[in-house]
Structure formats: C-alpha cells, structure tokens
Design a binder for this molecule. Sequence first.
Ligand code: SF4
Length: 337
Amino acid sequence: MHTAKLWVKKDGDLVWCRLCSHFCRLESGDYGKCGVRVNQEGVLKTLVYDRVAAINVDPIEKKPLFHFQPGTRSFSLGTMGCNFSCAFCQNDSLSQTPKTTGRISGELLSPEQLVNMAKSRQCFSISYTYSEPTVFFELMLETCVKAKKEGLTNVLVSNGFMSRECLRELRPLVDGINVDLKSYQNDFYQTYCGGSLKPVLANLKTIKEMGWWLEVTTLLVPGLNDSQQEMKNLAGFICRELGPETPWHISRFHPCYKMLDRGSTAVATLEKALQAGKEAGLVYVYLGNVPGHVSESTLCPVCGQEVLSRSGFSTRITGLREGKCSKCGAEIAGYGM
Ligand code: SF4
C-alpha cells in the first residue's frame, strides 16, 4: 500500500481526504467512497498506485478529443475504482468492483515503465481514463511528470469531480481533458451518479481558465436528461461559461450495468440535442456512438469546408493546414495548440 497525497490528519486517527469533492472523513479502517483509499491507523493509503488494471493504445478520438492532436495514438491506462457510482456505467467491472467485492486487481507498472511503453508504441500522449483518474491521482501525477519530460502530452478523461487542490497539482502537467457533464440537474447527479453538479460546473470553469484543451461529453439517457430544456441548459452553460468553440460530444446511451429498463437513445433525440447546441451558439457539436453520422466530421465554421473527415475512430485530415482551414484560412479551435 502506498501513502496517499492530498489529505490531512484530524483528531486521533481521523483523516480528511482532499482529493475529490466528496471530501471523505475516514476513521481508521474506513474506505472512501471511491473504494480505493483507506485510512490505515491514521494514515491515508491508496490501493491502486501499483495496480494498473487496463491498458490500450487508442485513437485520441476515442477519448473523445476531436480537436487535440487529431489522428494520433494515445497510450490509455486506468486502475480500478471511481468516486461516482453511475447506474449507467459502461465500465462498471473496473469502476465499481472494489466497492461491491473489495477486490482490486491490476499490474505493477511504474510511471517510468508506462512512459516507455507509450513511447515504444508511437503514442503522442498518455490518457488517464477508463475509470475516474482522480482516484489514481498518485500514479497519474508521477506518470504525468515523466511523460512531460519525454515530450508526451497528458490527457484526462474525467467526471470533473476532483477537488481544487487536485486541479492545482495537475495544472502544469495536463494538456487536454474531456469532462463528462452528465446533466444540468443536481438531482440527476445525486440519484444516478452518487455525486453533485456544483463542483463539476465550478471545475469546468476553472479548467477553461487554466488553459487546458477542454472538450465536454454528455450521455443522453432516455427519460432522464434528454428533455429540450435540459439540452438548452447544458448547451447554454457550455457556450456562455466555457466558450462557443468548446466541442460538445452528445453521446448515445445503450442499456448497461444497472440501467436495463430502457432502450437506446433515439437518433432523432440526439439530433435535437445537436440542434440545441448549434442554436445556443456552439460551433462544434458531435454525436457519439452513432457510427457514420454526418456530424462526426469537423467543418470550418467560416466557409464550411470539411477540415477533418471521421468515420468511427478513423480520422483523415482533409482541409487543415497548420491549425487553419486550408481554403479560407480561418482558425480551427484547438488544432493550433
Ligand atoms: S478520492 Fe474522493 S471518494 Fe475517494 S476517499 Fe478521497 S474524497 Fe473520498
């Protein structure tokens, strides 16, 4: 077990974890809500520092990041554990198993080994993903430092529920992030995710101010967060607070984990959300989990030329030169970074 970072000791053996916005207060022997941090006689320990549970080389578009190092490979890794408990989780065997069974598996791989693996596989970046990277902060932080030194970029795929202290530590090390903005209703976060909305909104604004490249994803679950008003609220927030050029990925729900009582999101509903995004003023809105949909490609917002053609996770640069549209010269957000 590895001693955790970002916690303070209170009276006796009580510790206060400062890593995410749950701010768990743990007596000796208690586990945090993430299931992978434990108070061991007054010292907070992480159970996943040396337990890498998933590794893949993915296209960066799979994160999804569409405006960041397009067409490149990203060395993607994750451990078990998550500070949320989403009923519709697509990765529950990784994220929820520590909480439901107490089992934590994974491979001992040092930050140095991970960076070497990324380089030997011709990756441009390392993505911290699959479960919630906040909960494997110690491993992520050390790997980020080594990756930067070797010229790789660092990418997070996150629920955005980390603490301010966590963001501050990561600030100089991270280049891009995709944050799930799951809903604009606090009730939704509380009932279906075991979280809350306010910290996510605040973190999104901070991330934008910090200058990381930011894209946002929303999974539309039929009957829960797919009303016209919800779409307007989500799109309005992204456009107003994060900027009209922030890419918004609207993703199709398929029944999984505990949410098997409804069908997949209708493509017509996703298209209404796409429309709501455009009406709110967002320049780049994409549908996810709808292979072959016309919205997968990136068009120049000024002249309409296709600058990147996508099909599934395969990307072809068709009209992009040095971050600009090759036809009219307009800047395409993110690509010049
Ligand atoms: S990371 Fe979050 S959920 Fe886990 S112990 Fe710390 S405050 Fe609790």
